[in-house]
Each structure stands twice: as structure tokens, then as C-alpha cells.
Design a protein. Structure first.
Length: 588
């Protein structure tokens, strides 16, 4: 019997004696009931796939263990147990070094460690006291690999199976990007048969690269949610429910776990952040991924430090999304090649086109950061004239940035202006079709804290090689990381070691590194965060580089080629410098 029918019955009954106040209360209740039905109907039409999950939200009960918590097993003896470092015996040192060279990580060490090893619980204490919905969308975990080490790949799989509620795991989908290692062929196919169809394998017939292969995984997945992991991860305790619960509530949320580190040499499992720290992803104008402390205005939106929070970007390797939403957004731009920039492309696309990104403190996943990339891009890398990653960045910039912010990128990376980025017509059409907001909206409402660390860049006065007239050699970073001394090398016009820029505020820099000087040395340092100015002034008449703090000029010692500051002398060729714009061969 509806509420309205009940009211009519009472009004007509000669025994019903209802006061005017009571009658008004009943009318208000009826109005609230109708409004709630309308809201529910509108929410279900907006998010039809997950409408059954809309009223299911996590609940916090202090000091009461959540419904998916369990006590980790008692540590068993063995190499690497509880995430402890393991050191390969000295008589196998050559084996370890060879595997480091082949894989970028110590597979000799990894092979000694159980595929089912225990790891430490690195979550904050609050995380243990959340109760999550018992009904959540099922998830396809997608793992792309190319010539991955056997034990690192399989340990990823085992950790998922060991620490995931099976009712939420649709499948683990392994996507092989054309590996040529024998043990990743028939042996792998036989091995995964033991998992009775829960672990599946598909293969590329040619090398496609990480970006396109991930999109292929999404197209082939059958779960409502797709969750991407790298092939060298170990998931933490109760990692999945916190990650998929926000998506169940709103299908346009991407969720990102907190990523812990696994040492590439000893396989030690350790936190990257403090237990109660909250960071979020941003970027600098050369499109290098950065992280920053959660701003106060975001922090105050949460009741508990363990709750998810908004982030402008993500690192790219590990995240979850509603599968249908990922495909509605066009998956990844198919024009992006191999690896690099795809995290920004997806981040900007999500935020500007109506979605959001949340970092989830209670979902933690360990990840091996390789010592170096152990393979090249092969034939894929030859499709681009110029740096492949810069090619990807330019496609992202030209699609999602506005004119003002594009200039910051080209100021930071002058050569990118001359790089052919391919055709982005379809990406711009998709942006128009989805009625996406512009980049200024994104910066003002989402990524406002980028400006605190990386202010708007002033234009360059000069950029290119910086040649010393007296020595006929060029300023060169020598490929070293800051802090380090800079020196002079033969001018070659290629690579980034000699690509310097001087802006209108006096900053002399290469990439995100700046040239600093004191009375003893001239050195390469990290550019101070939050500033775009510097102490350098170029006097074009005498070709002098004046250091305004000391009122001395950049010079080369006549006998040692050491860079020093000396009193300015316009007649001294060792103090004279000339900028020359670099135009690499690929621009011709």
C-alpha cells in the first residue's frame, strides 16, 4: 500500500482524528519519498551498469575489523619472507649480474624467493576497520608483459590470487607483447592451466608497445572493471575492495593504489611514503610526472585519513576503471607509441570530460622499479623522427592543453615545436563529442597546486648550444645528475646535454636542471621548486654571461678548462659565449 493511499484511507475514516500538524508531517514525508524515488531513478539512468551498487558505501567502525580483513599467515622461513631483502650467495654473483643486465632487475634473487611469499602490511591502522559492500563489480586484472622474468611475472599472479576475495575477481588477463623468451611460450601456457581458467593469456602477433597492448587487454576483458598492473608487482592485504568500491558508486572515477617499492636487486618490500602521508600526482611543464603533498583544501574534505582523495594525475602503471567508461573515452589515444605520456593523456581526458581520479590509501601494491629499461623500442621506435616520448607528449599537449599552457611546454622543451606528432584529428573530434572542458578549467579547479611548485614559465631569450668563443667547445652536462660539475665538450648539436635555455628572468637551465655558481665552482643543480628566475644575464654586445649575485662573469680557466667566475672582461675570449639554436637532423 502506497503512502498516498494510506493517507486517503485515514482521511475518509470516521474514526481517524488527525490534527492539521500530523497531516502536514505526512504530506512532507510523502514529498520526501517521491523526491528520493526521482533521485534514485536519475542516478540509475546516469550509471546504469552499477545502479545496484549505488547505496553500498564503505562504513568505518573504529577498532572493529572490517569484513574482508584477515590475519596474515605466520611467517614461514625462506628467502625474502615478510618482504625482507635477500642476497644471492657470492658464488652466484655472476648469475645475478647477468640477470640484472638482461632484465633490469636481479632475477637470480627473485628465483630464490617463493611465488607465495609473505609481505609486510604497510597500511595505516585505520584501513583495517572499514567494512566494504559485500556485492561489488567483478574485476579483470590486466597484466601486459614483454620478455618479463618468469618468477617476477608469476609472483604477480600468485599475489593477486592469494590476497583477493575470489567473488570480485573475474579473471587475470596476461597480455604478451610479442615476447621471444622460450619459457614465456608453451611453458607459460601449461603453467596457467592449474588456475582452471581464472588466469588467461592472449598474445600479440607483433610488437605493439605497452600503450596499445593495454588497450587490447581492455577490449578483450570481460569484467565490469578493468585493473591494470605491471608485470612485476605484489599486491597488499585487502587491496581490491577499497579500489573498486568508489567505482561501484560512480563509474566515472578512476582509482589508484598507493605504490610501495620492491628493490630491483634484493627484492626487499618497503614503503615509498610514510604510513600517514598523503601525496597526489601532478606534473612539471616538461611533462615529467611529479608528486606533491595533499593540499589542505583537499585534506579537509575527508573525515578519515584513510579515505580516498582526488588527484590531478597518476603515475600510469597501476589503476582501475569501469571498462565501459574507459572504452567510451576512446581507451588510449591509438596514435601514442610504445610507452610514455599515456598517464597524462588519460588523466586529462578523464578530468576534462566529466570524470575524476582518486588515490586510495587503503589499497597498497608493491612495484619493482627497474635499474634501467632492459630492451629498446625496436621497429616501433623507428616510426618517429625524433624522441619517441616527446612525440607522445606533443600529441597529448596539442590535444588537451590550451594555447597559453602549450607555450609553457614549448618553452621547457624548445625542440618539441619542430617534431611531427602525426594526425590528432580524431582525438580533437572525440574531445568535441564528449563536450570536454578546457585546460584552464582543469588547472583552476583540479591541478591548482601545480603552480605552487612549477609556476608559469617566462619565455626564453636564447636556447640551443652555448659555445665558448675562446675554446670553441660547448657547455655540457656530461650526462651527470645534480649536484655535479658541468664542463666543456666538443659541440655536437645532438641530445639534451648541450641544449641550454636562458629565460627572461635569468634562469639558465637544461631540462629541469639549472646552472648555479659560487666563488669556486659552476655546477648543475635541481632548479629550486616554486621559482623560475635565476642569476644570469647575457650581454649580447660583449657576449658575456654575467652572474648578477657576484657581479662576475662565466669564464673558462685558461689551462685546466675548468668553469669559473672571474671579473668581467669583454676582451677575454675565454669569457665570451654564443648561443646557437640547435636544429637536429630529424627536423630536416
Amino acid at each position: 500500500m502506497t503512502l498516498r493511499f494510506r493517507i486517503i484511507q485515514l482521511k475518509r475514516s470516521r474514526f481517524a482524528k488527525i490534527s492539521i500538524g500530523t497531516f502536514i508531517i505526512l504530506l512532507l514525508l510523502f514529498a520526501l519519498y517521491i523526491r528520493s524515488e526521482n533521485i534514485q531513478n536519475s542516478r540509475e539512468s546516469a550509471f546504469p551498469r552499477h545502479s545496484k551498487f549505488l547505496n553500498s558505501i564503505p562504513i568505518y567502525h573504529d577498532k572493529i575489523l572490517g569484513n574482508f580483513e584477515y590475519f596474515p599467515p605466520i611467517n614461514k622461513p625462506g628467502p625474502g619472507e615478510n618482504g625482507q631483502p635477500h642476497h644471492v650467495p657470492s658464488d652466484r654473483e655472476n648469475e645475478a649480474l647477468q640477470s640484472l643486465s638482461e632484465y633490469g632487475m636481479n632475477m637470480a634473487c627473485s628465483d630464490d624467493i617463493s611465488l607465495n611469499r609473505s609481505i609486510p602490511d604497510l597500511r595505516m591502522e585505520e584501513c583495517k576497520y572499514w567494512t566494504y559492500p559485500e556485492v561489488l563489480p567483478r574485476t579483470s586484472v590486466i597484466i601486459v608483459f614483454h620478455n618479463e622474468g618468469w618468477s617476477s611475472l608469476l609472483r604477480t599472479v600468485h599475489s593477486i590470487l592469494n590476497r583477493t576475495p575470489p567473488q570480485f575477481l573475474e579473471e587475470i588477463l596476461l597480455v604478451d607483447d610479442f615476447s621471444n623468451k622460450e619459457n614465456l611460450k608453451t611453458k607459460l601456457e601449461y603453467y596457467i592451466e592449474k588456475f582452471n581458467g581464472k588466469v588467461k593469456l592472449i598474445r600479440n602477433t607483433e610488437r605493439e608497445g605497452l600503450i596499445r597492448t593495454r588497450s587490447k587487454g581492455a577490449f578483450n576483458a570481460v569484467g565490469e572493471i578493468i585493473l591494470f598492473l605491471d608485470a612485476h608487482c605484489e599486491v597488499g592485504y585487502n587491496w581490491l575492495p577499497p579500489l573498486i568500491a568508489p567505482i561501484a558508486r560512480d563509474r566515472k572515477i578512476m582509482t589508484v593504489p598507493v605504490i610501495d617499492g620492491i628493490d630491483h636487486n634484493t627484492w626487499e618490500f618497503r614503503p615509498v611514503y610514510g604510513k600517514d602521508d598523503s601525496f597526489r600526482g601532478i606534473f612539471e611543464w616538461g611533462m615529467l610526472y611529479k608528486e606533491i603533498e595533499l593540499p589542505a583544501q583537499e585534506e579537509k574534505k575527508r573525515t578519515y585519513k584513510s579515505e580516498p582523495y582526488k588527484s590531478p594525475t597518476h603515475a600510469g602503471g597501476l589503476f582501475a576503471m569501469d571498462r565501459s567508461y574507459f572504452l567510451e573515452l576512446g581507451a588510449y589515444d591509438p596514435g601514442l607509441l610504445v610507452w610514455g605520456g599515456e598517464n597524462f593523456e588519460l588523466s586529462f581526458k578523464i578530468w576534462q570530460c566529466g570524470g575524476s581520479i582518486e588515490w586510495v590509501p587503503c589499497s597498497r601494491v608493491g612495484h619493482v622499479y627497474r635499474g634501467f629499461m632492459p630492451y629498446n623500442f625496436g621497429e616501433l621506435g623507428k616510426k618517429v623522427k625524433g624522441p619517441l616520448i616527446t612525440y607522445n607528449y606533443k600529441r597529448v599537449i596539442e590535444t588537451w592543453f590550451d594555447d597559453k599552457h602549450k607555450e609553457f611546454f614549448y618553452t621547457r622543451e624548445p625542440l618539441a615545436r619542430y617534431l611531427d606528432m602525426g594526425d590528432i584529428t580524431k582525438q580533437l573530434e572525440l574531445k568535441d563529442k564528449l563536450q570536454c572542458k578546457d585546460f584552464s578549467w582543469f588547472m583552476e579547479n583540479v591541478a591548482y597546486d601545480v603552480y605552487t611548485k612549477f609556476p608559469e614559465l617566462p619565455p626564453n631569450l636564447h636556447w640551443g648550444e652555448l659555445r665558448n668563443i675562446g675554446k670553441s667547445t660547448c657547455l655540457d652536462t656530461r650526462g651527470r645528475q645534480p649536484p655535479s660539475l658541468v664542463g666543456l665538450e666538443l659541440c655536437h648539436g645532438q641530445g639534451n646535454n648541450q641544449l641550454f635555455r636562458l629565460n627572461t628572468k635569468g634562469q639558465l637551465a637544461v631540462g629541469e636542471r639549472c646552472i648555479a655558481a659560487d666563488r669556486q665552482n659552476v655546477k648543475l643543480v635541481a632548479c629550486p621548486l616554486g621559482t623560475v628566475d635565476g642569476p644570469w644575464q647575457y650581454e649580447s654586445t660583449n657576449k658575456l654571461l654575467l652572474h648578477t649575485i657576484t657581479s662576475k662573469c662565466l669564464s673558462v680557466h685558461p689551462s685546466s678548462n675548468q668553469l669559473i667566475l672571474t671579473p668581467c672582461d669583454g676582451n677575454n675570449a675565454n669569457q665570451q659565449w654564443a648561443f646557437k639554436t640547435i636544429m637536429p637532423k630529424w627536423t630536416k
